[in-house]
Ligand binder design. Structure first.
Ligand SMILES: O=C1C[C@@](O)(C(=O)O)C[C@@H](O)[C@@H]1O
Length: 222
């Protein structure tokens, strides 16, 4: 069994993205490009620069309300999400809250057959099991690719995120917890069926992220 990784890239210029992407693709199965770290006007150029690799790229344009850096307004963000969709990436990460609010976007992404990763994050805590299960049921109405990420304040929080794999049904579920207490779940999720785990090239993009080298060392243990 090969356990897969996805390196998160959060660069501030199109050329830096291209350079870092080259290194990341050599080390990792997939790469997540965080377009929200760029200025809006740099995004079209970045897409052109990396288009041949988009079949291994998860594209993310996270708004500030979900812990991201996107500086434009929501109308601009939706327009850029649609532009990214035109490139038909491996996955387009769109927040559950965005899809819920914006049925026109949801319809559009369905009509273009965009491969969606519906995501939800809690940067403070881990909800109860009942709340998490309800959330997944609602999220899976938008896509089979479901990512639910919480913040662990205890080992039990991390365990609750991992328990979700036993009821994942036909979903491709990515469920783990951020933070120091959640680190173990970033590894264990792979053994429970997560299609990949998010890693860095050395500098963590989110609390508790391991580097790609650290994760490879662990998953190569026999
Ligand atoms: O949703 C996630 C997971 C993540 O927050 C992490 O904790 O590794 C990193 C983000 O870039 C990505 O979009």
């Amino acid at each position: 069994m090969k356990y897969k990784t996805c390196v998160s890239i959060a660069e501030k210029t199109p050329n830096k993205i291209k350079q870092t992407l080259k290194i990341a693709l050599k080390k990792s199965d997939f790469v997540e490009v965080r377009f929200d770290f760029l200025k809006i006007e740099q995004i079209p150029e970045s897409l052109e620069l990396i288009k041949k690799d988009l079949n291994r790229i998860v594209c993310t344009l996270r708004p500030k309300t979900e812990g991201g850096k996107f500086s434009g307004n929501e109308k601009e963000r939706i327009a850029i999400l649609k532009l990214i969709a035109e490139y038909n990436p491996f996955l387009l990460d769109v927040e559950f809250n965005t899809l819920k609010k914006n049925s026109a976007l949801t319809k559009y992404l369905k009509s273009t057959k965009t491969k969606l990763l519906v995501s939800w994050h809690d940067f403070k805590k881990t909800p109860t099991s009942a709340e998490l299960k309800k959330k997944i049921a609602q999220m899976s109405k938008f896509s089979n690719n479901v990512k639910i990420v919480s913040t662990a304040n205890s080992t039990d929080d991390a365990t609750r995120m991992l328990e979700l794999y036993s009821k994942k049904g036909k979903n491709n579920l990515i469920s783990f917890a951020m933070g120091d207490m959640g680190r173990i779940s970033r590894i264990l999720c792979l053994y429970l069926g997560s299609p990949y785990t998010y890693v860095s090239l050395g500098k963590a993009v989110a609390p508790g992220q391991f580097s790609v080298d650290e994760v490879k060392k662990i998953t190569n243990l026999k």
